[in-house]
Design a protein around this ligand. Structure first.
Ligand SMILES: O=C(O)CCC(=O)C(=O)O
Ligand SMILES: [Fe+2]
Length: 329
């Protein structure tokens, strides 16, 4: 091999090596570019997946939220911040109620329904009744959360039993003739309001039993009498009732927490609720049939006082006004 050809070969080799190096460099560059592209795609698809997941989670949360709201479906019939001259809702009576009340044609409401009236009872009247009820119930009281005082029959909760206030001089001490005058006046005003709003003559409404003061605290229930929170229909619990009224003596979120009154309308998927927040002096009245199923939420704090004043269309269930023997003047 000549020197020239050797040199040529070396040059050729050098060229080849250069070519090879160039190719390698190119290949590396391409590989890096491919890797980067892969990484970019992977990151992009990761981001995309993350977005998709976030959107799915948010959508599910929104659906659950609105479904829950839909399920709760609670309307506010009367809030504590409202001061209502009259809020009334009228609707058809339940068939059972209609059938039953037909026996008393002059006592049949034009429509069944419910109303709230905050201006019917004077604040001073409320104060007097609250003073009397709390003083008397404080002498005894249930060992569970719900105590009652019935000044017609004399029943007063005591532990898991009842005492008779007519046999308790300390109880009679707390009830003045002024208290009883106020009680009768208040009861008369509520009776007239029920008669007016349900379109009947007041003379066909008879005060009935049980008509009672209630005191509710968050103490643990000891007997069934303490379990005031169950859904019920007054006509079933108290067959003598045709019209139920409640006068609240303390206020929701001020004197106590929990303890709202809840009407339950419809069933299953069609179930809705409508709440009345108790407040001092608020009267809530309704026809006592299946059209006004309700319950009271559990009281979680403080003390809730109310009076349940009930009316019957059936004269045989009527009770007379309370007359305390040896009254304090
Ligand atoms: O205290 C209330 O608000 C209602 C009580 C009640 O539903 C009842 O005594 O039947
Ligand atoms: Fe009730």
């Amino acid at each position: 091999m000549t020197e020239k050809s050797v040199r040529q070969r070396r040059l050729q080799n050098n060229d080849n090596i250069g070519e090879l190096k160039k190719n390698n460099k190119e290949a590396r560059k391409n590989k890096i570019a491919a890797n980067n592209e892969e990484l970019r795609q992977a990151t992009g698809s990761f981001k995309h997946r993350l977005w998709t997941r976030a959107v799915t989670v948010i959508s599910v949360a929104v659906i659950v939220y609105f479904y829950k709201i839909g399920q709760t479906n609670e309307t506010k019939f009367a809030l504590v911040k409202e001061n209502l001259a009259l809020r009334m809702q009228k609707f058809n009576c339940s068939q059972e109620y209609e059938r039953e009340i037909k026996q008393f044609p002059q006592c049949v409401p034009t429509k069944c329904g419910r109303f709230v009236a905050d201006k019917l009872i004077e604040p001073s009247e409320v104060e007097q009744l609250l003073e009397m009820a709390s003083n008397v119930i404080n002498l005894a009281g249930s060992s569970g959360g719900a105590s009652i005082l019935d000044i017609h029959s004399g029943a007063l909760s005591y532990g898991d039993k009842f005492l008779n206030i007519y046999q308790m001089p300390q109880a009679k001490e707390q009830i003045t003739s002024e208290h009883l005058r106020t009680y009768n006046l208040v009861k008369g005003k509520i009776k007239l309001a029920i008669a007016e709003h349900f379109g009947i003559a007041a003379e066909h409404l008879h005060l009935t039993y049980p008509t009672f003061f209630s005191r509710i605290t968050n103490a643990t229930a000891k007997t069934v009498h303490d379990e005031y929170w169950h859904e019920h229909v007054d006509k079933e619990t108290y067959p003598s009732f045709h019209y139920t009224s409640l006068l609240y003596l303390t206020s929701f979120n001020k004197d106590f927490k929990g303890g709202r009154f809840i009407f339950v309308d419809g069933e299953g998927e069609n179930r809705t609720t409508s709440c009345v927040e108790p407040k001092r002096g608020r009267v809530s009245a309704f026809t006592s049939g299946w059209e006004n199923k309700h319950h009271v939420e559990q009281v979680t704090e403080g003390t809730r006082f109310a009076v349940t004043i009930s009316f019957s269309c059936d004269k045989k269930f009527s009770i007379s006004d309370p007359k305390m023997p040896a009254l304090k003047e």
